[in-house]
Design a protein around this ligand. Structure first.
Ligand code: LLP
Length: 467
């Protein structure tokens, strides 16, 4: 027998009942499957709300100690529905959107425009117009072209509040942490200065004359040059699923340095600095998530030290966690369809366990090689465990849900299988590959369940097909 329930990477509401079957938020998974079917995304509301509160409190407390304010924006790209936007807003978070679609959900939820931010490296004119109409609190501009585009859409009487997204050369994620002066990627404006002789500049260690010529500085000056824009501040997002927190401090130092350089050059000391999202979570038993209290304290201490060095007062800060709020709160419930032992190269046997979903409801294993953990949850098995691979029902061999996991040797058709920590970037990146309708998102709270997003049907898919 092997079970990691209760405990990470499962949401705090996951437990085993007296007969060994699992409950989530007080709801037995067997009753859940009878009512909602499988596959289904299960969202533990209390857990999600608690994580939202934990991030807000941790950062508010740590930054209050250094005399700075902080706002927490929930990054809706991880998963957004009307109910989730409401929950996080009720917990005192604002909402970060990356497209017109996400903006529409936040507005439908009744989140005031002032509490919404709009990101995106290629916002359409329609998206910009909608954001301005909704009175969003900030548009994060990503390029020189876009600065002019937003300015053209706004007016001197109603200037658009903008932050300039910069790249600090710090790029972190997964377990790697690399720092390069020029990031070969599409987001933001670099703080590094291109030179004719050398492309090599150490991020965060620029002299003010260097920074005067960086794309980031040019962006900030371009915003100040347009009276239709109000420059709120500087934005930096360094990556996702970050478990080594030092990158946040290096990036914060680079952004505060750029802010001081702008002030030196123009006399304008911007009010806000956003440090982005990226806080890593546990996907496997034994993995350790970033602790919001620890990281908030470390980042606060680091920005205070930097501000003292620079001789500038602290700005207001903001952060944008997505995965850390919704990821651990979610799991995916599947039903096992077939079990097939396959002899592999080293002579051992791998048990292929096929479930009723797959890469259409979780593309992350195929796309990033992401690791997940799964357990049989409809019963407690006392059988020995075997090396298993959980696969989906799609027409390709890369359709892997869990690469490697030990499951009870008696795993069989009809078993309910749960995959932990699928709340972030699961439903939000789901597809209809092979014309598989997307699963519902069902909230569980205090012993009851409620669909937040209903299951797609074949009729939904056929309705798009014009024949
Ligand atoms: N803010 C900005 C500007 C972002 O680009 C992102 C994520 C976040 C906040 C939230 O990051 P989080 O706290 O969730 O790590 N699809 C990938 C993740 C892509 C993240 C993109 N940006 C995955 O499934 O791992």
């Amino acid at each position: 027998m092997s079970t990691s329930i209760p405990g990470e990477p499962w949401s705090t509401g996951v437990a085993r009942g007296a007969d060994g079957a699992v409950t989530v938020g007080g709801v037995d998974v067997r009753a859940f499957a009878d009512e909602h079917g499988t596959p289904a995304y299960v969202l533990d509301e209390a857990d999600l709300r608690a994580r939202a509160r934990a991030y807000r409190r941790a950062f508010e407390t740590a930054f209050a100690e250094i005399g700075a304010g902080v706002d927490v924006y929930y990054a809706g790209k991880a998963f957004l529905s009307v109910a989730v936007a409401r929950w996080v807003h009720e917990e005192g978070l604002r909402v970060d959107t990356a497209t017109g679609g996400e903006l529409a959900v936040a507005l439908r939820a009744g989140v005031p425009g002032a509490d919404i931010g709009l990101h995106g490296n290629n916002k359409s004119d329609a998206e910009i117009a909608r954001a301005l109409d909704a009175g969003v609190g900030r548009i994060i501009v990503d390029s020189l072209v876009e600065i002019e585009r937003v300015a053209d859409a706004a007016s001197v009487e109603h200037p658009a509040p903008v932050m300039v997204r910069v790249t600090t050369g710090v790029h972190a994620g997964g377990h790697e942490y690399i720092s390069t002066a020029h990031e070969d990627q599409k987001f933001g404006l670099s703080i590094a200065v291109p030179t004719a002789t050398s492309e090599h500049v150490v991020a965060g260690a620029l002299s003010s004359s260097d920074a005067a010529d960086s794309p980031a500085m040019r962006g900030l000056l371009a915003v100040l040059a347009r009276p239709e824009l109000r420059l709120l501040g500087i934005h930096s997002h360094i990556g996702s699923q970050i478990l080594d927190p030092s990158g946040f401090e290096v990036a914060a130092r680079a952004v505060l340095t750029l802010r001081a350089q702008l002030a030196e050059r123009t006399g304008v000391l911007v009010d806000e600095v956003d440090l982005g999202g990226g806080y890593g979570i546990a996907y496997l038993p034994g993995e350790v998530a970033l602790d919001p209290d620890r990281i908030a304290k470390d980042v606060a201490a680091s920005v205070q030290a930097t501000a003292t060095d620079l001789g500038t007062p602290l700005p207001r800060f903001s952060i944008e966690p997505g995965r850390a709020i919704v990821g651990p709160a979610g799991l995916t419930l599947y039903t096992v369809g077939t079990v097939k032992p396959v002899r592999i190269d080293d002579g051992s046997v791998r048990t292929y366990v096929s479930v009723d979903g797959g890469m259409s409801d979780n593309i992350r294993p195929a796309l990033y090689g992401a690791q997940y953990h799964a357990e049989v949850v409809g019963r407690l098995s006392t059988a020995e465990t075997v090396l298993a691979r959980v696969v989906g029902k799609h027409c390709e061999s890369g359709d892997i849900v869990v690469h490697e996991v030990r499951l009870p040797a008696d795993v069989r058709a009809g078993d309910l299988l749960a995959v932990a920590a699928t709340g972030a970037y699961g439903r939000s990146m789901a597809s209809n590959y092979n014309h598989v309708p997307r699963p519902p998102v069902v909230a569980v709270t205090d012993g009851s369940s409620r669909a937040l997003v209903r299951r797609e049907t074949e009729d939904d898919l056929l309705a798009l097909d014009l024949g």
